[in-house]
Design a protein around this ligand. Structure first.
Ligand code: BDP
Length: 684
């Protein structure tokens, strides 16, 4: 048992009683083939074509003749293009269950939904389900380089074997597509946002075409990250200025070439003028100029541009303010097939950040959230951190930008501004490791991203429950305990790494361990932890209030006022917004220093609880995966202690206060911790 099957373990679903006596469907439909493939794994043979039994399953699009006897018109009216209906009818004393949709994509999602109900043992007698996805574009961003390495990848090398194609086609491409389609993902950006211009060379495009062909039956479109200077680097054009006619022509031709190869190509993802990458500003143009030029080239083919707002520079204001300052003046200037892609928080995928103020700030421009499934700042592939609670926290945040109820979810899913094009992206955690994600529990984050992109109203608990049943065991005690552990894991990592709104205390470059003292010679100040924690003898935290950098102003009222005062600022964000004295009284009566000690300690204790829980669940899990998770939890505990000791001992130099006696005393010495130089090869 190596975890390679992910949550698609139909063989394991056997315990469910056979419900259907026969199937009535066009067997050439891909959705029907997928159904039969899974059914065979569950019950040993395909479901026979037979309409006369007591419980027939009918699968067909809304145009199919087999659906004529059923009163579905009301339901069909509520159905979007990718949605599905699963409904049981009593017809002449027989139960007939229909899966239908307007498109073959919807049909496929309906089939996977039914299979999930079987896998989780939750198939009711009477089905009456109608689902439409929350987002139109539900996309993974691979940060995979053409040389096979992965930026912030912790599960081995890239699964894309560019060198082998077209001669060798890995079977993993199909498995990848099936896993994604089973959770509703319908797009994949194949290459790193730090993009090589070479991906647009014809030889690579021919390989992209192969992957697109494999993904097509699963209704997954391919997209590419592009390098803005491609026209000059690989095209022989003397400039990449987006307003230059030769540049415009080059992109037009390139886009036409792509669509000749891949008629359903999705579009481009662009990181421009960010962390040293080229972009329109190199030519005195704006982000809108750059995005619109590409959008115009893609428009006739139905393609989109996802333009990233991850921009900041060391000479500007507070880093947290910069993306907003750059993009809000451009609001309304983007073409309708451009969507601005924004990380959940204004800094960079930290264990906890408040939502990016761009979500409320951009009103006339389409905007999509970017979550990081890969755990760059969350213990990478060593720590068990279930991220659904983190993503839900962002999606459920009320921006108040159009009054109460203007949540990030409603802004980005198109309901608040009544937009058809809506999207959500997750930075993939997939690599060539046998278990795909490096940690068995990291698979839950891939799964959860897809499920939330499909339906952001699902709770973190529901998603964890589904995943556990499909991946490990359906026993209710097992599911309850493992679920509690998963849910608690997000707050645990916040506590042992960066409680109370602290952020970016990470070690230089590898972002794995703590280095709040880091002083890299000649480093960009905004890449150093001291920039973020601002510890001194007076206190701790970054003053972003109206008395400090006034970042609070980027939020709509009443958040702006609430964040502005330490007394009303939620304590989980206290040190994000305020520089607070060490003896500041917290709501529970402790001083800031004591509270900090308490939270770091409770993070460590939580990890110990996870270990105890996991040990108790041994009988429910196969040996191989049990031991693998156990070993990772032991690393997580060690790391949690490392984090706690490093941060408390370092901050103690400023607070000059003792660690309270009820807190576990540090086992390390600060000087020793400062000497740790990780060989990150072992984590990559
Ligand atoms: C940061 C990563 C860096 C990425 C960058 C980005 O450290 O490797 O290139 O984000 O999102 O989180 O562009």
């Amino acid at each position: 048992e190596d975890g390679s099957k992910l949550w698609l373990r139909f063989g394991q679903a056997k315990a469910s009683p056979i419900r259907f006596t026969g199937i009535n469907a066009d067997k050439t439909l891909f959705a029907v083939k997928e159904f039969q493939k899974a059914w065979k794994e569950i019950y040993g043979k395909e479901l026979s074509i037979n309409n006369s039994g007591k419980q027939t399953l009918i699968i067909g699009t809304s145009r199919s003749k087999a659906l004529l006897p059923f009163a579905l018109s009301k339901n069909l009216e509520q159905l979007g293009n990718e949605g599905f209906i699963i409904k049981t009818f009593d017809l002449r004393g027989k139960q007939q269950t229909v899966i239908t949709a307007k498109s073959e994509a919807g049909l496929l999602y309906g089939v996977y939904h039914l299979l999930r109900l079987i896998q989780t043992n939750e198939l009711p007698d009477n089905l009456d389900i109608i689902e439409n996805p929350s987002y139109a574009v539900r996309i993974l961003n691979h940060w995979d380089n053409l040389d096979g390495s992965i930026e912030r990848g912790y599960a081995g090398h890239s699964i894309w074997k560019w060198e082998d194609m077209p001669k060798k086609i890995s079977p993993r491409y199909t498995e990848y597509a099936r896993a994604n389609a089973s959770i509703g993902i319908n797009g994949s950006v194949l290459d790193n946002v730090n993009a090589s211009p070479n991906i647009l060379r014809n030889d690579y495009l021919e390989k992209v075409k192969i992957l697109a062909g494999i993904f097509r039956p699963f209704h997954i479109k391919v997209y590419l990250s592009i390098n803005f200077s491609a026209p000059s680097v690989i095209g022989g054009v003397p400039t990449a200025d987006p307003l230059n006619p030769a540049v415009i022509k080059w992109w037009d031709n390139k886009v036409n070439e792509i669509y000749r190869l891949i008629p359903d190509f999705g579009g481009f993802l662009v990181k421009a003028n960010s962390e040293g990458l080229p972009g329109p500003q190199d030519f005195g143009r704006t982000h809108a100029d750059g995005a619109n030029m590409l959008a115009d080239a893609l428009k006739p083919h139905g393609g989109i541009v996802m333009w990233r707002a991850f921009v900041y520079s060391p000479d500007n204001d507070d880093r947290a303010k910069q993306a907003y300052n750059e993009f809000v003046p451009l609001d309304g200037k983007f073409r309708d097939n451009v969507i601005v892609q924004v990380k959940n928080g204004p800094i960079d995928f930290q264990p906890r950040e408040p939502f990016s103020p761009l979500f409320g700030g951009l009103k006339l421009t389409k905007i999509m959230p970017e979550f990081q499934i890969t755990q760059e700042y969350l213990g990478q592939s060593n720590h068990m951190v279930y991220q659904a609670p983190l993503w839900k926290e962002c999606l459920d945040s009320d921006t108040y930008c159009q009054g109460k109820g203007s949540t990030v979810a409603r802004i980005t899913d198109g309901t608040l501004y009544k937009r058809e094009l809506s999207a959500i992206a997750g930075v993939a955690n997939i690599g060539e490791d046998t278990n795909w994600c490096g940690h068995h529990f990291a698979q839950a984050n891939w799964y959860a991203f897809g499920r939330l992109a499909w339906n952001h109203n699902l709770t973190s608990e529901q998603i964890a429950g589904e995943w556990l049943k499909m991946t490990f065991n359906k026993d209710s005690g097992f599911v309850r305990d493992a679920k509690n552990m998963m849910i608690a894991s997000r707050e645990a990592v916040v506590n042992y790494m960066m409680p109370l709104g602290l952020h970016h205390l990470f070690a230089w470059e590898h972002h794995y361990g703590p280095e709040p003292w880091c002083d890299f010679p000649n480093a960009r100040p905004d890449w150093l932890p001291k920039y973020y924690h601002q510890a001194n003898e007076d206190g701790l935290g970054f003053d972003r209030s109206s008395r400090g950098t006034n970042y609070v102003e980027q939020y709509c009222s009443p958040l702006r006022e609430m964040f502005d005062k330490p007394e009303t600022c939620p304590e989980k964000y206290l040190l994000w917004f305020h520089h607070v004295p060490w003896n500041y009284k917290m709501k529970d009566g402790k001083t800031l220093w004591d509270e900090l000690c308490y939270l770091y300690d409770s993070g460590v204790k939580d990890v110990r609880t996870f270990e105890a829980t996991w040990n108790n669940l041994k009988t429910y899990v196969d040996k191989e995966r049990f031991e693998a998770v156990k070993a990772k939890l032991a690393i997580q505990e060690k790391d949690a202690i490392w984090w706690k000791d490093a941060c408390l001992l370092y901050f103690q130099e400023f607070s000059k206060q003792p660690i309270p006696p009820y807190i576990e005393a540090p086992v390390h010495k600060l000087d020793d911790l400062k000497k740790i130089k990780l060989n990150m090869a072992s984590h990559n």
